[in-house]
Each structure stands twice: as structure tokens, then as C-alpha cells.
Design a binder for this molecule. Structure first.
Ligand SMILES: [Zn+2]
Length: 252
């Protein structure tokens, strides 16, 4: 956890500090070592939120894109379970930054509990995911949507397959990477996956900053404009045919 309570005030971990967990009110201790990010840990090994995962630099970086009061918001479920959402926006939408593997069951419970929500998925946890995604893109047809996008078919990209079946937006974060359409920016992109039953996922490269702004202030998510089908200069075969006919008629 990034925040613990000291005298009732949310604070970040500093060496030697002790506090209380904002969720379950049990004692937490500041861990400020060299290897892991500074964080608060429960004194007993009991973890109060069964959905929490160890926080990485990647998580912290994402959370910090949002106001402090939106980060680590506590919820109590009707069964008494406590859950911390990574970010909860002013509109009540939750954003979860997912690095670890997650079972379809757990994913479904979180979607049911946090609705509405969005997932930002760490695409670089497994080495094979990026090459498999790139290979899928190479063969993917254009999705024909307003924004430039591709249709990634089932069975062609492992990470896209793993995230199928949910009801909320999924954004894949591969960090800085080169994608097969070489003209795509190599930095500041996320891949927005929208699943179409049986067909696969429409994968739209979108600007990372526009996703942050969308959840912060409600501005639209921006991608790259689809290129309108270009017409070759000169006449098409059919037009040339008509012109010839007209020309012939004029001549006689
Ligand atoms: Zn706790």
C-alpha cells in the first residue's frame, strides 16, 4: 500500500513509521528498503484485501498520474471483504492496474464489484506477449473503424486471448515498443481492446496521455485517424469506359 493512516491522516511510508491500515484498521509498518518501493505492510501476515498484488514501479507510476485522493480507495463488500481500488475517479469509475495473472473468476468478481471500471494491463510481464501480439498485428486486417485499428483474431495473440470475456475496457501497456505498422509512435501508446464475439478484438492504438485525461477530466480518448481509401490518380476502369462511350457518341 502507498498510504497508511497516522493519527487519522493518509501518509506515504517513511522509515520507521507505524500506522494503521485505512481498510481493516490493523497495525501497519513502513517498509523503506532499497529493493521494493516504499510501502506500508501489515504487521500480521494476514492480508486484508485478498485481491491486492505486490506493487511495482509500473503500478506506482500509473497511480501517480491521478490525484492523490483518487488513489487507493477502500471499499467494503456486503460479505465483509475489504477491497482497495487502485484509482477511483470523481465519477466513481475504478481503474485497476494489473500486472499479475488473474483468473477469469477473480476478474469477473472485480468487474461486478467495481462497476464501472477499466483495466490497464502490464504487457511486459511475460516476454512472449509482445512478440505474439506483434505477429498477430502483422496478419490482422484493418478493423474499418473511425480510428486506425486492427482486428486481432482469436488464437493469434496470447495476451489478447487471456483478456477476452470481460465487460469493461482493457488497455494493454507495452511501454515503449516498436509495432509492425512501423509508422506507429514507439512511445506513449496503449492498445485499447474491444472484443467482438467470435470475431476477436478490435485493437486500437491510443495515446496514453489521452486515456489519462479521459479518466481525469472526461476528454475523449484519442487514437490515429483512419486513412480514407485513396483513389489512384486518373480514371478508374469503369470511369474510363464511360468516358470512351461518351467520346464515341460525341464523335458520331
Ligand atoms: Zn488492512
Amino acid at each position: 500500500m502507498k498510504f497508511g493512516l497516522i493519527e487519522g491522516i493518509r501518509q506515504e511510508a517513511t522509515a520507521g513509521a507505524r500506522g494503521l491500515c485505512p481498510g481493516c484498521s490493523s497495525s501497519v509498518i513502513a517498509k523503506c528498503g532499497e529493493i521494493r518501493l516504499h510501502h506500508w505492510a501489515h504487521l500480521s501476515t494476514m492480508v486484508c484485501d485478498p485481491w491486492r498484488e505486490q506493487e511495482t514501479e509500473w503500478h506506482r507510476g500509473w497511480k501517480n498520474e491521478f490525484p492523490v485522493e483518487w488513489q487507493e480507495v477502500w471499499h467494503r463488500a456486503s460479505n465483509g471483504e475489504i477491497h482497495i481500488s487502485d484509482v477511483k475517479t470523481a465519477n466513481g469509475a475504478v481503474i485497476e492496474f494489473q500486472h499479475s495473472p488473474i483468473t477469469p473468476q477473480e476478474r469477473a468478481s472485480r468487474e461486478a464489484f467495481y462497476h464501472p471500471m477499466a483495466w490497464v494491463v502490464d504487457g511486459v510481464r511475460l516476454k512472449r506477449d509482445l512478440p505474439s501480439f506483434c505477429a498477430a498485428l502483422t496478419d490482422a486486417p484493418s478493423a474499418g473503424t473511425k480510428l486506425r485499428a486492427w482486428l486481432v483474431r482469436p488464437g493469434t495473440s496470447m495476451i489478447v486471448d487471456r483478456w477476452a470475456g470481460g465487460s469493461y475496457p482493457v488497455f494493454l501497456d507495452f511501454g515503449d515498443a516498436v509495432f509492425p505498422p512501423r509508422w506507429l509512435p514507439t512511445t506513449g501508446l496503449l492498445w485499447w481492446l474491444q472484443y467482438v464475439p467470435k470475431l476477436g478484438a478490435v485493437a486500437t492504438p491510443v495515446l496514453r496521455q489521452s486515456v489519462v485525461d479521459h479518466y481525469r477530466v472526461g476528454t475523449p480518448i484519442r487514437g490515429l485517424k483512419a486513412i480514407a481509401p485513396t483513389r489512384r490518380p486518373g480514371l478508374t476502369g469503369f470511369e474510363a469506359h464511360l468516358a470512351r462511350k461518351r467520346g464515341n457518341r460525341a464523335r458520331f
